[in-house]
Design a protein around this ligand. Structure first.
Ligand code: PMP
Length: 455
């Protein structure tokens, strides 16, 4: 067996991880996880850590589900791969059928990708293709929101409004237009419905300025997850969809985080946020992180306009070697069976309010300026001066410090500057939520004391 030191030095030498701090590349490495079970992971020293962010919002059914390992092994033994260009496979067909059953409206045409970024990238390429086939090549503008996150391909990164990720990349893309984040905290004087009207007005003006004949798509997460769990005011999505319909603009709901139970539904768009989009993208929870998979479900109406004799000889030249991978699709089918058998959506609907109210109790603590969430996702936003309007450089250090202390106490937190995001595996119990809140409370109180001492 290799020693810890050996792993550390090999990681420092050869591993290049996502979002690497380049100043520290080669001198620092990340905690190495070795084992898992339920909502916990175990590090290289066997220390148990509660998985507060569900990995990256994805380990819905929890770790070490034997049925998942068996389904993956069985499919790998039967058929480990097929070319999706020339053949298909039973798990991909069954999964497309199942997802069509679970999506709202007529979103019944399912395309598989390798993850969330490739799902959103494919959705955008589909819209580009759609408008070209329909003979309107100018209809290409993509409208997105500040604070949104849509992935890490060139196109999806350019659609992501978190400027911290842009430095030293060539992000500019003449097709992409940003509008405001639907963050109620940025508009303290406005009621929810007033804010919806203000944002809808901005959207209408943007479309008018660009010319509706040039606008192809509105791309939006139901709640802006990586932007800090920003929850738009009630009625926002339906109002935006109505504007899209009036201008023949395609509404893509990026449900990479929210699909598969995070808000207590298979898909959050319709049942939680009141909108039936034209396209939904998904990934993460579709396999509970056991194996990579993503995809999109497209409205039959859209597909009908550019298929059959309407296709005018064109073929959709977009796809991946691993589109509809049989092992990934078999894992997803088993994951969905586990959701159904264990009543996991009902569990989230039942325990979600307990999770939210337990987190709300933290709002009384020093530093905590806002606690917001839905289902099993929450953001604790911190400010050194709770009532300050803006976020200072000092504030941006708070999340990392809370994470550090929580980690020592056995809880992984997702720090995002001055915010901490928690989105645990969906199988979490009330007593595990109590443990999580107790650790968070201590971490916040200790961080507040330290910040106070620093003045
Ligand atoms: N869309 C959203 C809303 C996401 O949160 C993410 C990832 N966090 C992505 C797309 C990209 O997914 P992936 O990392 O699987 O490519």
């Amino acid at each position: 067996m290799r020693s810890t030191e050996d792993y550390v030095s090999a990681a420092k030498r050869n591993l290049f991880v996502p979002a690497a701090n380049m100043e520290k590349l080669g001198t620092e490495t990340l905690p190495r996880l070795e084992n898992s079970g339920g909502i916990y992971v175990y590090d290289e020293d066997g220390r148990r850590l509660m998985d507060g962010p569900a990995g990256m919002w994805c380990t819905q059914i929890g770790y070490q589900r034997k049925e998942m390992a068996e389904a993956i092994a069985a499919q790998a033994m039967a058929l480990s791969y097929n070319s999706p260009w020339y053949t298909t496979n039973s798990p991909a067909i069954e999964l497309a059928e199942k997802i069509a059953e679970l999506t709202p409206g007529d979103l019944n045409r399912v395309f598989f990708t390798t993850g969330g970024s490739t799902a959103v990238d494919t959705a955008l390429r589909f819209v580009e293709f759609y408008n070209n086939v329909l003979g309107r090549p100018a209809k290409k503008k993509i409208i997105v929101r500040k604070d949104g996150y849509h992935g890490s391909t060139s196109l999806t990164a350019a659609c992501s409004g978190r400027e911290g990720n842009w430095k030293n990349f060539d992000i500019a893309n003449e097709k992409i237009e940003f509008i405001s984040s639907p963050n109620p905290r940025l508009h303290p004087g406005l009621s929810g419905s007033e804010l919806v009207e203000q944002l809808a007005g901005e959207f209408e003006s943007k479309i008018a300025d660009l010319g509706p004949e040039n606008v192809a798509v509105f791309l939006a997460e139901p709640l802006l997850a990586s932007g800090g769990v920003i929850i738009p005011p009630s009625g926002y999505h339906a109002r935006f969809k109505e504007i899209c319909d009036r201008h023949d603009i395609i509404y893509i709901s990026d449900e990479v985080v929210t699909a598969f139970g995070r808000c207590g539904e298979w898909f959050a768009s319709e049942k939680v946020f009141g909108v039936v989009p034209d396209i939904i993208t998904f990934a993460k929870g579709v396999t509970s992180g056991y194996i990579p998979l993503g995809g999109l479900a497209i409205s039959e109406k859209l597909v009908a306009r550019i298929s059959g004799k309407e296709a005018k000889g064109s073929f959709f030249g977009n796809g991946y070697t691993y589109s509809g991978h049989p092992v990934s699709c078999a894992a997803a089918l088993t994951n969905i069976e586990i959701f159904e058998r264990d009543g996991l959506l009902a569990h989230v609907r039942e325990i979600g309010p307990y999770f939210q109210s337990s987190m709300q109790a933290l709002a009384q603590l020093p530093l905590v300026a806002d606690v917001r969430g839905n289902g099993l996702v929450v953001c604790i936003e911190c400010l050194a001066d709770k009532n300050a309007a803006g976020v200072t450089d000092l504030d941006k250090k708070i999340g990392a410090r809370i994470d550090e202390i929580a980690f020592e106490q056995g809880l992984i937190v997702r720090p995002l500057g001055n915010m901490c995001v928690l989105s645990p595996p969906l199988v979490i119990t009330k007593s595990e939520i109590d443990d999580m809140v107790a650790i968070l409370k201590e971490a916040i109180v200790r961080t507040a004391r330290e910040f106070e001492a620093q003045g």
